[in-house]
Design a protein around this ligand. Sequence first.
Ligand code: CA
Length: 248
Amino acid sequence: MRLLLIEDDDRIAGPLTEGLGRYGFSVDHVRTGAAGLAGTRPAPDLLLLDLGLPDMDGLDVCRSLRARSAVPIIMITARGEEADRIVGLELGADDYLAKPFGVRELIARIRAVTRRAGAPAWAAAGPAGSPGAGTSGPGAQVLGPLAVDRRTREVRLDGRPVALTPREFDLLAFLGEDPGAVHSRQQIMDTVWDPHFFGPTKTLDAHVAALRRKLGDPGWITTARGVGFRLTVPDPAGPGVRTGETAG
Ligand code: CA
């Protein structure tokens, strides 16, 4: 996934570019609104727009960009004024982050925004250079007998379609972005539900249970006690083997 970062402050742009790179994003960085409006080739999949730019108001950049493109825009602002953020959202920005923020928080926002926009956020799955899972055809990720097509939101197990609710699909797709990696409960709630999800997370356990049931083997999603969940391909040699783990 290709990002265009419009940010004049190298102390922010440097670590951000490096951090996003570690997660598999390629970042083009420009320092002025004019350069941002000039665009890059190839066109970015998402824009990260600082509102405090040296040559023009970031809100004007946002307005101009939105007038000619539907590319998702996440505003980055150091400004305390809530008004700027509201105006930015009204101008068509998809989300905003107030400095300071962590790379992981930004990635959660990127995923949420691109999911809403129907773009393949999964393309940025995993750390750069990780082998990842095989794919068959555009959009389909293959994990053993399981095929997850984020483009069509279809899931197949041994070639047969599996009917999932939208949230179950999002959960499966998110865990599948980095098979084997443990995702914390908060990370899952932030990404699959809402950023800054606050409240009981029992709904997560219910969705995990539903996915295990629909995939026909609880081994697909294992519990990392006290931490979260991970997606793994169950051992085909061990049908009926139970992990003994329970959700939660
Ligand atoms: Ca700035």
